[in-house]
Each structure stands twice: as C-alpha cells, then as structure tokens.
Design a binder for this molecule. Structure first.
Ligand code: UDP
Length: 318
C-alpha cells in the first residue's frame, strides 16, 4: 500500500493546523481544506512547501470533490469560539450540518474513516458534573450558543446514522477547552483575551463574578489523544480534555502573575447561557486509548505566553 492519505477540513484553524502538522510528521499525505473564515494561512505557513502537504481554499458546505484515494477524513471545520460563532451563526450551523453531510458522503464514496471534532458544548450548561459521555446534556436550542451546540449535536447524530446505515467507520472526539499556539489573538476566548490584555497592561475582563469553571488542556496533549482515537475502533463519543478544573477568576490571576503584569481585573456581564461548570470525565479515554493529559497548566501557560508575545510583537501592538 502507498502512503496514507487524509483530508483535514478546517486545517488552517487552531486544532486543524496542529493536526495537519502531526499527520505530516507521521508520514501521511495531507490535504488541508479551509475557507479561511476563522482559520489563517500563518498557521500552516511552515507546511506549505512540504511535498506531503496540499492546501485547498474551499468551503466544505459545498459539494466536495477529492480525486484519488482517501483513507481518513478529519472534520475540524467550524467557527469554535463563542465570539466567532455569534458573528457567524448561519455558517456555524451550515458547516456542522451540511458540511458534515458532504464529509460523510465523501467517506462513503472513498471508504474512508471519519474523525469528527465534536465538543463539550454538546453538554450545554451541564447538570451532571463532571461530564461523562453518557450524559445527554442541557442545551438551549434557541439561545445564542445553540447555533454551535446544536450543529455539533446534529453532526454526531448524522455520523451515527451513516455508521449504522452504511457501516462507515467513525470516531467522535468531544473536545473540551484547549489552548496553545495558533489560537487567534482576537478569537474572544478567555485565554487569548487574558494573555493579550495582561501583555498590553490593559484590564483583564472577567465575565460574571469569575466563579464559573473550565478545564484547560494544552494542545499537544489533545493532538496525542486525537491520534490515538483515530487508531481505535470505537464509533461512540470519547471525551478529550484536561480534568483539572479551575475558576475563570483564578485563571486571570495566574496569567497576571505569569506575565508579571500590572493589569487589574474588571468584571463584565456574563454572556447568555454561559456554562457554570465544565470538566471532562476522561475514564473512557484512559481505558480505551491509555491517554491522559501530561502537560500541567503552568507549563502550558508558559509555552502559550511565548506564542502570544511573539504574535503581539509582529502586530506591533505592544
Ligand atoms: N470569559 C471571561 N473573559 C473573557 C472571555 C471569556 O471571563 O474575556 C469567560 C466566559 O464567560 C466563560 C469562560 O471565560 O465563562 C471561558 O470562555 P471561552 O470563551 O474561553 O470559552 P467557552 O468555554 O465558554 O466556550
């Protein structure tokens, strides 16, 4: 057999670009597809000259044609930060629904295995804590976050239907908050906001009273989890994330300390339907993939700080 060939949708995005790099390092041929709505060519600049790598500027909600063999499709296209999906609500719904439909049709044609980037958002504002995969969630379908949450829930339903009807091999990663290099500075998420604000000496904007929790996973850990999931014959959802839970106020304080910033903290209104708690139960990933995150927050934050510093210097913003 020749080389393994994979299509990565959203390949110029935060997670997609790390995934493309990992697959190329493993010797796979990678076709990276992105419409650059929230992704960036900067994220894949180092891969562009590589003979194993090909970029196609395309919107995956349209009919997707890929000539030749395809063994894997990794569907990572979607606006993924609350700010982004509030700015692009219809496209968020379309890429999770129409985009997933195109991907599954292509997988059927090519007999390819599909890995879907699902999300902890399928659990909504959870009433079960931490969240195991068999929790069905608590989502407001018509709230502002519904466009993302429901698109991803539809994506999972569609993939299961294709799996049950046509036997398409699928893998579903429910990805919890992840951070690291290649996050967009202005994607509006807590960590890019806090790092940029601290580095510029501006106040850190904590929403609500900051008592809401999240569990942050460094991107390298997540990519290792995805790589293992790809090779595991299990069609049901698997949580991937770091189970170390922390309040948002604590995160803001840690970033002020780490950057040695003189910034203060200011409190702003909590966005509608903002989940109060979030923490993955990763028992399944441990058992199935022998995986758990290895990089502590302190170390991950240091690496991420270096990235944001460089980015801000490039934009002459400091
Ligand atoms: N948040 C905040 N300040 C910011 C951005 C976000 O306090 O400048 C809060 C947000 O309300 C949420 C948490 O931080 O409770 C994580 O938000 P993020 O946008 O990173 O992603 P989410 O986990 O909500 O999808």
């Amino acid at each position: 057999m020749g080389k393994i060939r994979a299509l990565v949708t959203g390949g110029a995005g935060f997670l997609g670009s790390h995934l493309c790099r990992r697959l190329v390092q493993e010797g796979w041929e990678v076709i990276c597809m992105d419409n650059l709505l929230t992704g960036s060519m900067d994220n894949i600049a180092d891969l562009l000259g590589n003979p194993l790598f090909q970029f196609i500027h395309y919107d995956v909600t349209q009919y997707v044609y890929v000539p030749g063999e395809l063994h894997y499709i990794l569907h990572f296209a979607s606006p993924a930060s609350p700010k982004d999906y509030l700015e692009h609500p219809i496209h968020t719904l379309k890429v999770g629904s129409l985009g997933t439909h195109k991907i599954l049709g292509l997988a059927k044609e090519k007999k390819a295995t599909v890995l879907l980037a699902s999300t902890s958002e399928v659990y909504g504002d959870p009433q079960v804590h931490p969240q195991p995969e068999d929790y069905w969630g608590h989502v407001n379908p018509i709230g502002p976050r519904g466009v993302y949450d429901e698109a991803k829930r539809f994506m999972e339903a569609m993939a299961m239907a294709y799996h049950r009807t046509y036997g398409i091999p699928i893998r579903i990663a429910r990805i919890f908050n992840t951070y690291g290099p290649n996050m967009r500075l202005n994607d509006g998420r807590a960590l890019p906001n806090f790092f940029c604000q601290a580095l510029k000496g501006e106040p850190l904007t904590v929403y609500g009273d900051g008592s809401q929790t999240r569990s942050f996973c460094y991107v390298d850990d997540l990519i290792e989890g995805l790589w293992r999931l790809l090779h595991c014959d299990y069609p049901y959802p698997v949580n991937l994330g770091n189970p170390e839970e922390v309040t948002i106020l604590q995160v803001a304080k840690e970033i002020i300390d780490l950057t040695k910033s003189k910034s203060k903290i200011v409190f702003k209104p909590l966005p509608v339907n903002d989940p109060k708690v979030r923490r993955p139960d990763i028992s399944k990933a441990k058992e199935l993939l022998n995986w758990e995150p290895k990089i502590p927050r302190k170390e991950g934050f240091k690496k991420t700080l270096e990235y944001f510093k460089t980015q801000l210097q490039h934009t002459h913003a400091v």
